[in-house]
Design a protein around this ligand. Structure first.
Ligand SMILES: [Fe+2]
Ligand SMILES: [Fe+2]
Length: 202
């Protein structure tokens, strides 16, 4: 199990309630701020679910779990994928924190026992998105950005919210274009580039 590879991670007892178990794990590892963020993302993703007729419970679960790998140190993320022979792209090697989306999926499966791909797949691409993303993928991608983990309102909030009135695809592209057009992308991940090209082609 992935978390047994990191001796510093505290594993609290589990109650069997997803929100409670995510809270306990994050707070036991000094990530209370991350818990507040994922709780906000869960509300934002549930609102998107209602608007776009997606399964509310799946959207909440994906949101609660999307950043659980915050309990793993970024430097350890790269070592872990290398140790397990998993491929990485240039962006992940330069900025190992990008790997947190993949490791959160592994934790969702191995620690939280989630098997539903409509919960797991959005977790795995919530930072970069990917080509041919599903509605569940795009919903979490957008919810994570609208309920971001920094102070105040995101500068792209109005553009993405307006586009969300049109479609999940338009909102995803509005965020990606904002980031690229304003030079805010640290290093383009292969999945990000493919997703942006795909969305533009629709
Ligand atoms: Fe994240
Ligand atoms: Fe997040």
């Amino acid at each position: 199990m992935i978390l047994h590879d990191f001796s510093y991670i505290v594993l609290p007892p589990r109650a069997g309630d997803l929100a409670e178990d995510v809270r306990a794990l994050l707070e036991a590892n000094d990530k209370a701020k991350t818990y507040r963020h994922v709780r906000d993302v869960a509300e934002a993703n549930a609102a998107i679910a209602r608007r776009y007729h997606l399964d509310d419970d799946k959207c909440r679960a994906a949101a609660l779990l999307h950043d659980v790998s915050a309990v793993i140190r970024p430097a350890d993320m790269l070592a872990w994928v290398d140790k397990h022979g998993l491929p990485t792209c240039e962006a992940e090697r330069k900025h190992p924190f990008l790997l947190h989306q993949r490791l959160s999926r592994v934790m969702a499966e191995e620690y939280f026992g989630v098997a539903d791909v409509e919960i797991l797949a959005p977790i795995e691409c919530h930072t970069t998105l990917k080509e041919n993303a599903t509605s569940y993928d795009m919903a979490l991608f957008i919810a994570d950005k609208l309920a971001w983990d920094q102070e105040g309102t995101p500068p792209f909030f109005d553009a993405v919210s307006d586009a969300l009135n049109h479609s999940l695809e338009a909102a995803s592209l509005a965020y990606m274009d904002y980031m690229v057009d304003n030079g805010l992308l640290l290093c383009p991940h292969v999945n990000w580039t493919a997703a942006q090209g795909w969305l533009r082609s629709l």
